[in-house]
Design a protein. Sequence first.
Length: 220
Amino acid sequence: MNSPHTRLLEALAAGNSSTRLKAALAIGTRPEPGFLDPLVARCAVEPDFFVRDMLTWALTRLPPELTVPRLRAELRSGGGQARSQALHTLSKIGDAGAWPEITPSLLRDPDDEVARSAWRAAVVLVPDGEKAALAAELATQLGRGDREVRLSLSRALVALGEVVEPVLRTAMSHQDPVVRAHAGATERLLRDPDAGFDLAVDAAKRVNALGPDRAEAAAC
């Protein structure tokens, strides 16, 4: 007969997403180091968002001294989804020792999902003394991608706090109107976190088109 360990590993690769979800939950409920590699390997190929989230939870239940080095290795050798999930899991673990792995190449990764995960992980793991440098690096990505990508970047920048203000002011004078609008929208969100992103973008575009004085008058 198959052991419980073997049955869980088989369920983790089952065709039914509900079965995989239950397997990940069971593994996380009774975490064992022997499940580390199978969990990481499954993260790289799992198509279901909810299962991936449960896999991450199961990984956070294992000792960080085992999990973090394995995830750091995944950042260097894995494919797009593997890197994205490793970054996501590192952000959930919150081990500051992983900060050196958040490299500029990850923050600028051509895969939007990898880059977004890197931005989120970076603002969780960054030491206080590195926040200004991180803000400058993230600002190089202003104007990138679709609405969801830009919103992710804005949220990451806003999470860094006032240290981002100088780079946003610089970006608001950028020659590219898309970059200017994104920087302006992010600056508005920094001042008013409850403001809607789309409204902030629209307001930034008005400023670009009319200038600050005329845009303020038009809004009245």
